[in-house]
Design a protein around this ligand. Sequence first.
Ligand code: F6P
Ligand code: MG
Length: 472
Amino acid sequence: MAARRMGAAASATEQEEEGGGGEEEEKEVRSEVPDSLSGKYTGSFAYLTITERLPYIVTKAVDTLHRHTDTFFAQYGQEGVEAEKKAIGLMSKLRNELQTDKPVLPITDGFPDAVQWNKYLEQQQARLGSVENTSWFRAPWLYVECYMYRRIHEALLLNPPMCNFDVFNEAKTQGFLESQQAITALSTHLQKVNKEVKCFKETELKAELQRLLEVALWGNRCDLSISVGVSNPQKLNPLTTLDSLKPLILVDDFESVWCLLINSKRKGTSETACTRVDIVLDNSGFELVADLVLADFLITSQLADEIHFHGKSIPWYVSDTTKTDFDWTLKQMKTSCHQQMSSCGVAWENNVTKGVWIYQDHPFWTFPHEFCDMSQVANDLYAELQKSNLIFFKGDLNYRKLTGDRRWNYSVPFETALRGFQPAPLCSMRTLKADVQVGLKPGLGKQLAASDPDWMTTGHYAVIQFNSPLRK
Ligand code: F6P
Ligand code: MG
């Protein structure tokens, strides 16, 4: 493939020699910021993703449009069919640019966030030294992967009757429906816990929080980006597998999360302060349900008084949650024939109505920036997050953005990789699906790599990583 030749500016061997990506983890922590993961490192997961996985995702989006010709005709007549053809043309062009390693182009749809995207492109051109260096295989992986989803959206925005069409909707719906058994098991468990929670001793409260937090953590295995849109549901009762999964949690800062919440609850009863928890959501389907179950428990246990959910404003990384997905999930739960599922749905809609649960979105979540840029690029969002007592960041992409998607040594402290992003105490809950990992005990990364070369990209392992601006 042309892209292979043109993009191969640095090889995996060079990557090792540079000491990035954890290869020199035993050495002293470096003070400078390492290079971004990129398709220029031949053989890396970024390279594999750009070569194979991203074109496949665009192809599936095109197929989805093809399969909906009748729907577009029924809804918008011939105008709908013409729009569909044009959108397919734009997506095919996008795939071609990607596969032939063309430089990234400005966004042309005039949508409000286009200004920010184009400014970012100019900055990248300046940083990388030329327009050519902002090509798919040479630019940072995080940038081009985010850009691909923005361009898929552009293809629809430029063809107005299709503006609101979500090319990933079917896959997300299927993910939810195929996880039914796991969802009913979890709903039944939650309803039982909610009846008993008022009488819980602190030890029981802690054990239950840990259980539901781990269910939400492993729910992150169900994303449809890693599976390139192929169904990836939760089949087993998630509660019965937690013990066997425990050794796969490489960093477990649950204790810090617990201490923060229980201390806040103890203070709250004396000072009537409100504890706000934010959840920066990731995937719709089983993972979203698991997050909502955790959020429900935080409220009923009075470990939190208010939950703010942050979703995506455009379809993103195949399965990420949009407002439509959030509302759809609540409705599916409420109208389910399964009594416990339905009870959850009713309670959750009430939480929204009462303002105890607040759904928010912000364009920053679908920008390509590292989170350390948030205070500059989206000061309003940063200020909003500063009001939180604890922010959960769900999933792999959020982890990549927290750490800048860089070739950090594995034992670099999480705080170093955050590079000043500390709006409030935060906790990343992520299964490993990209080759960036920090905060490991010295030697662990090397050990894992020796037993499984793909340990960072299969979702087999996970981390619960905490950082607090107050924790020094
Ligand atoms: O691993 C492939 C990938 O597309 C990564 O680029 C991305 O980080 C991840 O999948 C998405 O995972 P999540 O849904 O957990 O953010
Ligand atoms: Mg996702």
